[in-house]
Design a protein around this ligand. Structure first.
Ligand SMILES: Cc1cc2nc3c(=O)[nH]c(=O)nc-3n(C[C@H](O)[C@H](O)[C@H](O)COP(=O)(O)OP(=O)(O)OC[C@H]3O[C@@H](n4cnc5c(N)ncnc54)[C@H](O)[C@@H]3O)c2cc1C
Length: 417
């Protein structure tokens, strides 16, 4: 028995799934008959108090990502006191100094931009998106939270999702936005390549003897990168990637001992550090799905690609996927009255727009990770020398900055959103 019928059903109401739903509903507001969009999400966003401490999971949002979030109405919903801004970035290798020959720096002022990016709490972003979809006066997005998907099959003109409890949802397009362990990817048996880094990212917040100066600091140590990201309240968020056993050992240290180790690992760049939050270890992996699309399905975000957090690109790539899919579908559906959102040829356009860049970013992060954690002294010395060299080549630095902010490639997309 079919319980509900959708044009587009998105499995996964994380940030990328909700942004995709919101952009699609906005871009297709003039479409008649009105399209039915559903979001099936297992985990409701938890309510957040205005005075709650900064959440442990923060993400660095590049300017291109911020523009997409603004188009989806999520940026405006973020309380201003909960968005950190970074205007500078310093990256160096352990043994060198943040301003020495083995380092590289980016400054927003060099490109005339007010900032390089923002540090925001993931859960505030998600809650804002969720609430704005739930509160919409003319809802074209249905949020389905009562049950989880249990089975998937195709019929002649749709995908049919069976829910726990037996109800059936029919959809002309199924979007997998269900994260790195994607159920949709698994059901469709889409092959992917990836590996576990045998590393974890240890996250916490610290206060520091010296101000962070709205700078994102990142030091490549032999066991992995350690970053201090500037929070709006003056503290810094720590993302310390290291072998899983070391992360367990670091997580078990007393606060003072951990802070002392972190102060040394970050080259004393902000002076003595003091731990102000609990510590959480997140296992790290990289994965890329060979095909993002096919007849009646598309994958976005971590369901399509999972990346090392060392350059903070994961959510930014997912936002670009969500915007590219929404825009491709809207252009197709608005051009032809009876157009089908599950048309494989149209979905392939979205895949072509995003796959190259996702793969390139994945490969770049993989390369950086391997070079800086290599056992070869020669390789790590060359890498440090390379950082210093690029720092003195303004044209190449400019290209790197464009890539990190995502603005150049997003300009065309942004103009239409
Ligand atoms: C330590 C760490 C630091 C990071 N820092 C950054 C950073 O600074 N910048 C950055 O860009 N990225 C960062 N990332 C990566 C970023 O968090 C992810 O890339 C991003 O959250 C992926 O978003 P998503 O919506 O694709 O997936 P997710 O956030 O995983 O969302 C998937 C959603 O699908 C739901 N779901 C899953 N399975 C089902 C199912 N069967 N049925 C229904 N719903 C389901 C889940 O409940 C969830 O809500 C970091 C990651 C880590 C681990």
């Amino acid at each position: 028995m079919i319980e509900d019928d959708f044009d587009v059903l998105i499995v996964g109401g994380g940030v990328t799934g909700l942004v995709c739903a919101s952009l699609l509903s906005g871009l297709l507001a003039s479409h008649r008959p009105r399209l039915r969009i559903g979001v099936l999400e297992a985990r409701l966003p938890r309510p957040l108090a205005a005075d709650a401490d900064t959440d442990l999971r923060v993400v660095a949002i590049a300017p291109a990502g911020r523009e997409i979030l603004a188009a989806a109405g999520a940026w405006q919903a973020l309380p201003p006191g909960r968005r950190g801004t970074y205007e500078r970035m310093r990256v160096w290798q352990a043994g060198s100094t943040p301003f020495g020959s083995g380092s590289i720096g980016f400054d927003a002022a060099d490109s005339g931009a007010p900032e390089l990016g923002h540090i925001v709490e993931h859960d505030w972003l998600r809650l804002g998106l969720w609430n704005s979809l739930a509160a919409s006066a003319t809802p074209s997005v249905t949020l389905l939270t009562d049950s989880a998907p249990a089975g998937l099959r195709r019929d002649a003109s749709a995908m049919v999702v069976e829910l726990t409890g037996g109800a059936l949802l029919r959809t002309r397009l199924l979007v997998g936005a269900d994260g790195s362990n994607s159920w949709v990817r698994e059901q469709l048996q889409l092959p992917s390549t990836g590996h576990d880094y045998a590393q974890s990212a240890l996250v916490t917040h610290v206060s520091s003897e010296r101000p962070h100066g709205r700078t994102a600091w990142q030091c490549f140590t032999p066991s992995g990168p350690v970053a201090l990201l500037p929070l709006a309240d003056g503290r810094s968020s720590v993302v310390w990637s290291c072998p899983a056993a070391e992360a367990r050992e670091l997580a078990a240290l007393a606060d003072d001992e951990f802070a002392a180790r972190l102060t040394v690992a970050t080259g004393n760049v902000l002076g003595n550090l003091r731990v102000t939050a609990q510590r959480l270890a997140v296992p790290l992996a990289a994965r890329h799905t060979h095909r993002y699309t096919g007849s009646r399905f598309a994958l976005i975000g971590d369901a399509a690609h999972q990346i090392h957090p060392l350059a903070g690109q994961g959510i930014n790539l997912g936002l670009l996927d969500a915007a590219a899919l929404a825009e491709t579908l809207a252009a197709h559906l608005l051009a032809t009255r009876l157009a089908d959102p599950g048309d494989a040829l149209v979905l392939r356009r979205y895949e072509r727009r995003r796959k190259g860049e996702n793969l390139l970013t994945l490969a770049a992060m993989e390369g950086l990770h391997r070079v800086f954690t290599s056992d070869s002294d020669l390789l790590t010395r060359l890498a440090a020398a390379g950082l210093g060299l690029v720092d003195r080549l303004p044209l190449i630095k400019g290209l790197l900055a464009d890539q990190a902010t995502g603005l150049r490639r997003n300009r065309e997309l942004h103009a239409r959103l």
